[in-house]
Ligand binder design. Sequence first.
Ligand SMILES: Nc1ncnc2c1ncn2[C@@H]1O[C@H](COP(=O)(O)OP(=O)(O)OP(=O)(O)O)[C@@H](O)[C@H]1O
Ligand SMILES: [Mg+2]
Length: 228
Amino acid sequence: MIELLNIRKTYQMGETEVHALDGVTATIGDGEFVAVIGPSGSGKSTLMNIIGCLDLADEGEYRLNGRLIDDYTERQLSEIRNREIGFIFQQFNLLPRLTAYQNVELPLIYQGLPMAERKKRVMESLEKVGLANRMHHRPNELSGGQQQRVAIARALSTHPTLILADEPTGNLDSHSGREIMNILKELHKEGRSIVLITHDHDIASMASRQLTIRDGRIEHDSAAGGAS
Ligand SMILES: Nc1ncnc2c1ncn2[C@@H]1O[C@H](COP(=O)(O)OP(=O)(O)OP(=O)(O)O)[C@@H](O)[C@H]1O
Ligand SMILES: [Mg+2]
């Protein structure tokens, strides 16, 4: 469960302050599939970075599965990221020198899992995204859609309860984008919580709940049926 209470994040740009998040309050339950939609610069990625424990809010309270995250050390945050959260980014963020297999294996090496268990998880994850037959390819030997599927396999390999995706279809053609969305819907059916950021209303409509963010505030929550 994600509980955000009056979250604020301000960036100082020279003389001016940018209120990237200006008092965000929202609760996302276990197993929900939520799309965060809003114009460029509205604070979507800033919000995802806070939910994903990549960054801390300046003000407000953030609880993840009941734990108050605001005072966590960098070490505690990275532990939560590695064990509980799977990240998918617009730019895929695969390591170019590693094969698909090795990219998916990397977070498992950080976790210190033995090789046999790593192999099982890597194969299971690559099979889930339909890429077991591409495991020895490097990213530049894969299409954009395939690279994003490897990134999803990497996000899945640690068995996270929460998946955060920031514009995962933003660099893809509509066919590959639909494939990615079908995989995310499948993961949702399996019970994982998913928070998906997108500009695209068609993509957002595939989630079960839409949060609209504008100027660092939640303007509309489809679950509440009004502004919150
Ligand atoms: N590290 C930073 N330093 C200064 N300002 C920042 C920083 N990160 C974000 N901002 C500002 O905060 C605001 C929100 O940025 P954010 O990246 O969250 O927007 P976004 O909704 O993800 O936009 P996009 O759809 O273009 O990705 C913007 O005005 C942006 O310029
Ligand atoms: Mg963004």
